[in-house]
Design a protein around this ligand. Sequence first.
Ligand code: NAD
Ligand code: TYD
Length: 339
Amino acid sequence: MNILVTGGAGFIGSAFVRMAIAETEWRVANFDKLTYAGNLENLASVDASPRYRFLRADICDEAAVSAALAEEKPDAIVHFAAESHVDRSILSPEPVIQTNLRGTFTLLEAARRCGVARFVHVSTDEVYGSLEPPLEAGEDFPLNPSSPYSASKAGSDLLARSYFVTYRFPVIITRASNNYGPYQFPEKLIPLMIANALEDRPLPVYGDGMQIRDWLYVDDHCRGIRAALENGREGEIYNIGGNRSLPNLDVVRQLLATVGKPESLIQYVADRPGHDRRYALSSAKLMRETGWRPRMDFEAGLARTVEWYCANAAWVARVRSGAYRAYYEQNYDRRPVAL
Ligand code: NAD
Ligand code: TYD
């Protein structure tokens, strides 16, 4: 099988590419613009494979997308490329709307014209918005996004689905919960807190820290996407969760214990505007239809992740230099202490 992956130099996309090269016979083309979040170091282990090819381009560039599809003739597309961070989407929504909506549209349209046989659109549980306990979102839950990021993902999900309904274009949508693991850009909760803790810097917890997220180890997510790609049904949506809901404060405390640093590093800061209180989802459909299960226990996954960040201090230092500092200042420096 020939696969074209978009966003394969990012956190989850690179894990998927590494898995595909290591565990399958697929040929993989990685179509990625290399934004601040794209990093070819994440793909060093597959770079020499004759089954792997990198194309640097923007999914909003219609000519580049069409040329790549004509050249690669993929049997399937797995679409990861996105502006993926809620805080950045609050600070500057424009690139989020551009890539997540316009980019997804450009890709869908080119893929439909080429007759690509399967298109997996990688999405998020954030499209369901905040849910009161004990609710868990099933795939038929209403979409109720809160941030420019989640609204752009909800919009791209609807567009992808419309391509199935209108054109019978074979789209499958996956919606995963919060991922964690090696190679995650240190703007998201877990890698940001690990990187700060390792340098004895404050750990900025938004609001009261009691917001709840479901945590999914990145390799479990990639196996879930593969299950949907190989055994899912066209036109269907599949939730992919880690079956491990935790308040942020518990995650941060557990992480400090794993790193061996004191809880006095926790610093409460002003809450994120529009902050969703609780995400929760059911993955029963993917489990029932494909036999997929999350395998990684959260404690083991967190320990493995901390180990990776400790062993890859040079990677962390490189991605945190330059523009990262400006982002960090913009998002955190003027955030008054809330508690
Ligand atoms: P990431 O930010 O780490 O990586 C995004 C990748 O997309 C980067 O390599 C970047 O260079 C590339 N990219 C961005 N804009 C592009 C464009 N216009 N053209 C081509 N490439 C472009 O993201 P991630 O955390 O790996 O997330 C991947 C996908 O999974 C996203 O669609 C995201 O919405 C979804 N998702 C993420 C999570 C999570 O917890 N991180 C959870 C559920 C779903
Ligand atoms: P994040 O990793 O940004 O993912 P998402 O917003 O997509 O769920 O944040 C996870 C949770 O952690 C979310 O409730 C916001 C919170 N958070 C903090 O408290 N401090 C931080 O510095 C960051 C980045 C996140």
